[in-house]
Design a binder for this molecule. Structure first.
Ligand code: SF4
Length: 377
């Protein structure tokens, strides 16, 4: 522990040469637990609604009533995307959506009523259920903060769920900061969701968003909060380290982006702080030299879609899978397709997978819990 503290202190110095011992330890920890296997999930992205009651300063996904995209996808649209994904070998349906828009906008409430639902979560559940039944894709639901009842509502129709913690900094709630006027970005609300997911035994994905105004100390505090919740409940299957990218149409358009070095030292810190069984992921479409992440402790590229664009960063296409494979191989890794739920959680299906989801997942899993049919890249 003392050694880790010393290495984390090294990372505070703005000198990559001072980080070498910490970097080598991060890679050693990754190799010892994950070997040379570097994973990704072949997915389709289903943006069920762009409506959201929050107003994050870095968000280009959210659309307000009056915008053509400020609506819910219809069931036919959802099923069409999922079926196309299935034909292209996808195994995961990533449902990504804004948080509880019906609590802010009467328009959202009326749209849900027209669809026959009282809440976004109820509609999400129905769409997840149909996607599993009609296409065999395994849903990963990402609807933001959730109560235990909402988590229990979604568990029988999903393989895993997720919510980025992003940061535990309360400073960023202030006017002019990234999370001003975002009731779902109050850190304690997000920490409670992580804990509730643990109590409900949901294989869970979370992560941090770097470069949105947080300090290095707050970043470390955020990683330690995730670690502590995982040590209590054992359900955090992966942590994403995502770098803020500026876009012209967001309030933070002029906010400086974190440098590649800053991303590198954060990946090292994450690998040192998190237990080794927590998968460490960084998105390959938000950095040109993404292969360098493999030299800083990651073992996963996250969801990559051959069909749908990244709706969170629409200007950043995912790399072709062939390139991902080449970059991974050049770093000594072996690219493997995984499912939305990680093998360690499939191996404890009695606890972590709802009985209704076991057969659909087992049908596409191979003996070691990764994807049974590894699609050609
Ligand atoms: S909660 Fe998510 S969708 Fe809503 S404004 Fe923030 S980043 Fe955008």
């Amino acid at each position: 522990m003392h050694d880790t503290a010393a290495k984390l202190a090294d990372l505070e110095r703005p000198d990559p040469a001072a980080w070498e011992s910490a970097r080598a330890e991060a890679v050693h920890l990754r190799d010892a637990h994950w070997g040379s296997t570097i994973t990704y999930s072949r997915k389709v992205f289903i943006p069920l609604t762009h409506l959201c009651r929050d107003s994050c300063g870095y968000c280009t996904f959210v659309k307000r009533p009056g915008h053509p995209l400020a609506r819910y996808m219809t069931p036919d649209e959802v099923l069409t995307v999922a079926a196309q994904g299935r034909e292209m070998g996808c195994k995961e349906a990533l449902f990504s959506l804004g948080e509880k828009p019906e609590l802010r906008y009467p328009e959202a409430k009326a749209m849900l009523a027209d669809l026959g639902y009282a809440s976004t979560i109820d509609y999400l559940r129905a769409m997840c259920e149909r996607v599993v039944r009609e296409t065999g894709l395994i849903p990963h639901a990402n609807p933001g903060t959730m109560s235990e009842a909402e988590l229990q509502t979604l568990k029988p129709v999903t393989g895993s769920m997720g919510m980025m913690l992003e940061t535990v900094s309360r400073r960023l709630m202030k006017q002019g900061s990234a999370h001003h006027a975002c009731p779902d970005k109050v850190p304690v609300q997000r920490l409670r969701t992580l804990e509730r997911a643990g109590r409900c035994a949901v294989p869970f994905t979370t992560g941090i968003l770097i470069g949105i105004g947080e300090t290095w100390a707050e970043r470390i505090e955020t990683l330690k909060a995730i670690r502590d919740i995982h040590l209590t409940h054992g359900h955090i299957q992966e942590v994403i380290v995502q770098n803020f990218r500026a876009k012209p149409d967001i309030p933070m358009a002029d906010h400086p982006e974190p440098s590649r070095d800053d991303m590198h030292r954060t990946l090292i810190a994450a690998r040192l702080i998190l237990p080794p069984d927590v998968s460490l992921q960084a998105p390959p479409n938000l950095e040109t030299d993404f292969g360098s992440y493999l030299r800083h402790g990651i073992n996963d590229w996250g969801g990559v879609s051959p069909l749908t664009r990244d709706f969170i960063n629409p200007e950043r296409a995912w790399p072709q899978l062939a390139r991902l494979q080449d970059v991974t191989a050049a770093a000594g890794g072996h690219l493997q397709e995984r499912l939305t739920v990680y093998p360690a959680y499939l191996a404890q299906a009695d606890r972590f997978i709802d009985p209704a989801m076991r057969q659909p997942i087992e049908e596409i899993a191979r003996h070691d819990g990764l994807a049974a049919i590894q699609c050609p890249v």
